[in-house]
Design a protein around this ligand. Structure first.
Ligand code: C2E
Ligand code: CA
Ligand code: CA
Length: 624
C-alpha cells in the first residue's frame, strides 16, 4: 500500500488508479503484476518530480511577488503595519518605520511589543482604549506621541482597520510632527506675545469672559500699564534696545505677579494685569509695588535707562460689566494718569468717559473744518517795547464753525496733536502765514515777521525743517520773515531730534522762539547750545507780575538770562498798563497782549495798516 501525501491526490486521480480504488473501497485486494507496479512507481516518481518543480516555481514566484510588494511598500513614506488584535504584537511592518522611529523594521519584528514601549507615557492609555474600542470591520483615526530612538518626541497619525477575519488591526501611520508644531505655533501666537512670552490681549479677554461666566459675583480689577516716554527710547536707541527693555519689564512684572493674577502684553509698551481682588488697599499696594519695579534703571549693554510708568485701574463690577469696557476704562484712566503728569496710577471715573466723548466730538469738528476749509489764522501784533513800533505778528489758529460757533485752539489743538491732524493743520498755518507775509510785503516796506506755533508732533517729523524751508523757497519768501514758536516741552521731549531741526531752521534763516518759557523744565545746558533767538515768558508770570514778588523776580531773571545768552525776550499776555510799564522798565524787548491788541483777522490788519490800530490813547506811538 502506498501512503500518498495529501497534496498529490488530485494529480494521482488523473492516472490509472480506478482499479486500485475500486478494490480498496470494496475491501478486495487484487494481486498486480510486477511490471505494473514498476510502471506505477515510475509514474508516481514522475508526478512527484513535476510537483516538486512546480512547487519550487510557485515558491519563487511568491517570493519575487512578496519582494516586489515589499519594495513598493518600502518606498512609501507612511508606515504600513498589522498587529495581532488580541496581543497587539507586531506581525508586519514596512521599512518606513525606520525613518520615523529610528529603529529598523527587524528591531520591531524581533520585539513585537517595541512599538508600544516607544509610546509617550501620557498617551499609552489613549492608544490602549483606542484598540479596545475599535469594532470589527470599522476603521478609525488616532493621534498620539512616541519617542524616537534618539529620544525626540514625534507626533503620529494612524488610520486603523479592524480585520475580523484575520484577527488583525491593519494600519497606515504618518509622522505629523511638523504640521503639529506649526499648528501649535499658530495656536501659541494666537494667545501669547512672542517677544515677552506673556499672554496677549485675546488670551486676557478669553480669561475674563470665562471668569465672568463662572463667577460673575466676584469682583476684580484691571491695571493698564503704559511706559512713560518709551517712544523716545525706540526712536533714539532703536527697536532692538526697545525690545530688550520690554523683555526686562515683562520679567520684572512677572516676578511681581502670582498665579491669582494674569499679566498680559497688549502690544507696544502696554501691559495689563488682572488682579483677582477688588480690595482698594490690596490694589493700591500692588500699584505701589508696580511703581517700584520701574525705580531700578533698566541696564541694556551697560547703558542704564530710567523709566517710569503710568497706570489706569478699572474695577468689576463698578466700572463696567464686559471685559471690553473694563479694558477700555482702564486704558482711559491710564491716559488721564499721563495727562496728570505721568508716573502715577489713577482709578477710572465716569467723568473720564465724558472727556472721551468730548474728544470724539472735537475730532469730528476738526474733520469738518479740514474738509470745508474752515481753519482761519488770526494775527496778534508783537510790539517792540523800546521803540513802541510794530515788529511782527503771532499767527493763532481759529475755527469758526457754522453750527458750533467760534472754537479756540485750546479746544482743538490738543485733540489734533493727539490724533495727528496737527500735521495737516500745521501745513494750513504755514500756507496762510505765507499768504499773509506776501500781502504785508505788497502793502508795507517794513519787514514784519510772522511767528507760527509748531507742536511737538510736527517738530519730531524727520523732514519737518527741510520741508518748511523748501516750502518757503517755492513761495519765494525770505525765511527771515518767518519765526517758529516751540514750547519748552516740545523741545525737551526729544532734545536730539529737536536740536537737529532747530539747527537746520537756523541755518536756513528762520528764527526760533521758546514759548511758554518758565513752565517747563529746560536744562540751561541745552538752552545755551540750541540756536534759540527769543525766550517768550509765559503769560502766568505776566498776569501777576505786579502782585507777586517772586513772579516779578522770575521775569527779571529770565530777561537777564536771555540777554546773557544773546537772546531777546518777549512777554505775552500783557493786559494792563501797570504790567506794560513794568515790562518796559525791565528791558523786555517785545510785548504782546490784549493791552496792545487782541488777535485779529488779516483783513482788519490790512485795513489798519496805514492808520493807527492799537490802543487809542497810544495810537501815535504804535502807528506804523
Ligand atoms: P500760545 O502760543 O501761548 O499763544 C498765546 C495765547 O495767549 C493765545 O491764545 C492768545 O490769544 C492769548 N493771549 C495773548 N494775549 C493775551 C492777553 O492779553 N490775555 C489773554 N487772556 N490771552 C492772551 P489762543 O489763540 O487761544 O491760543 C492758545 C494756544 O493754542 C496757543 O498758546 C498755542 O499754544 C496754541 N495754538 C494757537 N494757534 C496754534 C497753531 O496754529 N498751531 C499750534 N501748534 N498751536 C497753536
Ligand atoms: Ca505761541
Ligand atoms: Ca505762549
Amino acid at each position: 500500500m502506498f501512503l500518498l501525501p495529501f497534496c498529490i491526490i488530485p494529480y494521482f486521480s488523473l492516472i490509472q488508479v480506478p482499479v486500485i480504488c475500486d478494490n480498496f473501497i470494496t475491501g478486495h485486494w487484487s494481486i498486480m503484476e510486477n511490471s505494473e507496479v514498476d510502471r506505477l512507481t515510475q509514474l508516481l516518481s514522475d508526478a512527484q518530480a513535476v510537483i516538486k518543480h512546480q512547487n519550487s516555481e510557485l515558491t519563487g514566484l511568491l517570493e519575487s511577488k512578496s519582494q516586489e510588494l515589499e519594495e513598493i511598500l518600502g518606498n512609501i513614506d507612511q508606515i504600513i503595519w498589522y498587529i495581532d488584535s488580541q496581543t497587539l504584537s507586531l506581525q508586519y511592518v514596512n521599512h518606513a518605520i525606520n525613518a520615523v522611529f529610528g529603529f529598523t523594521k527587524e528591531d520591531f519584528l524581533a520585539d513585537p511589543t517595541l512599538w508600544q514601549q516607544r509610546i509617550h507615557k501620557d498617551d499609552r492609555l489613549l492608544v490602549r482604549s483606542f484598540f479596545e474600542t475599535l469594532l470589527p470591520g470599522a476603521s478609525q483615526e488616532i493621534c498620539f506621541r512616541i519617542h524616537r530612538a534618539n529620544g525626540e518626541l514625534c507626533w503620529l497619525n494612524s488610520r486603523v482597520y479592524h480585520n475580523e477575519k484575520l484577527d488583525l488591526f491593519v494600519g497606515i501611520t504618518s509622522d505629523i510632527t511638523q504640521s503639529k508644531l506649526q499648528s501649535e505655533e499658530i495656536a501659541f501666537l494666537a494667545f501669547y506675545d512672542p517677544l515677552t512670552m506673556l499672554a496677549n490681549r485675546s488670551k486676557l479677554k478669553l480669561q475674563l469672559h470665562s471668569k465672568l461666566e463662572h463667577s460673575p459675583l466676584v469682583g476684580f480689577a484691571l491695571i493698564y500699564i503704559d511706559l512713560d516716554n518709551f517712544k523716545n527710547i525706540n526712536d533714539t536707541m532703536g527697536h532692538e534696545i526697545g525690545d530688550q527693555i520690554l523683555i526686562e519689564v515683562a520679567r520684572r512684572l512677572r516676578e511681581l505677579t502670582n498665579h491669582d493674577q494674569l499679566l498680559s502684553r497688549f502690544g507696544g509698551d502696554e501691559f495689563v494685569v488682572y488682579l483677582n481682588s477688588s480690595d482698594p488697599i490690596y490694589i493700591n499696594t500692588f500699584c505701589s509695588q508696580l511703581g517700584e519695579v520701574f525705580k531700578v534703571p533698566f541696564t541694556i549693554n551697560d547703558v542704564p535707562f530710567f523709566l517710569s510708568s503710568s497706570f489706569g485701574i478699572s474695577m468689576y463690577p463698578e466700572d463696567a460689566r464686559s471685559p471690553e469696557d473694563l479694558i477700555k476704562h482702564a486704558d482711559t484712566a491710564m491716559h488721564e494718569a499721563k495727562k496728570n503728569g505721568k508716573n502715577q496710577f489713577l482709578y477710572y471715573h465716569s467723568s473720564m468717559q465724558r472727556a472721551i466723548h468730548n474728544f470724539l466730538h472735537v475730532e469730528s469738528l476738526i474733520r469738518d473744518a479740514l474738509q470745508d476749509d474752515l481753519f482761519t489764522l488770526y494775527f496778534q501784533p508783537l510790539v517792540n517795547a523800546a521803540s513802541l513800533t510794530l515788529q511782527g505778528f503771532e499767527a493763532l489758529m481759529r475755527l469758526p464753525h457754522p453750527t458750533e460757533g467760534f472754537i479756540t485752539p485750546d479746544t482743538f489743538i490738543p485733540v489734533a496733536e493727539k490724533n495727528g491732524d496737527i500735521l495737516h493743520i500745521g501745513q494750513i498755518v504755514l500756507e496762510q502765514a505765507c499768504d499773509f507775509i506776501e500781502m504785508l510785503r505788497v502793502k508795507h516796506p517794513n519787514p514784519f515777521y510772522v511767528a507760527i506755533n509748531v507742536s511737538a508732533k510736527q517738530l519730531h517729523q524727520i523732514d519737518f525743517a527741510h520741508e518748511l524751508l523748501d516750502y518757503l523757497k517755492i513761495r519765494a519768501i525770505d525765511p527771515c520773515y518767518l519765526k517758529v514758536e516751540l514750547t519748552e516741552s516740545a523741545v525737551m521731549d526729544n532734545v536730539e531730534i529737536a536740536s537737529r531741526q532747530l539747527h537746520t531752521l537756523k541755518e536756513g534763516g528762520v528764527h526760533i522762539a521758546l514759548d511758554d518759557f518758565g513752565t517747563g523744565y529746560s536744562s540751561f545746558a541745552y538752552l545755551a547750545q540750541l540756536p534759540i533767538s527769543t525766550l517768550k515768558i509765559d503769560k502766568s508770570f505776566i498776569d501777576t507780575v505786579c502782585e507777586i514778588d517772586s513772579h516779578s523776580h522770575i521775569v527779571k531773571a529770565i530777561s537777564n538770562l536771555a540777554h546773557v545768552l544773546g537772546m531777546s525776550v518777549t512777554a505775552e499776555g500783557v493786559e494792563t498798563e501797570r504790567q506794560f510799564n513794568f515790562l518796559v522798565e525791565n528791558h523786555i524787548d517785545t510785548l504782546q497782549g490784549y493791552f496792545l491788541s487782541k488777535p485779529i483777522t488779516k483783513e482788519e490788519i490790512l485795513y489798519n495798516i496805514t492808520t493807527p490800530f492799537f490802543l487809542p490813547e497810544k495810537a501815535l506811538l504804535y502807528s506804523i
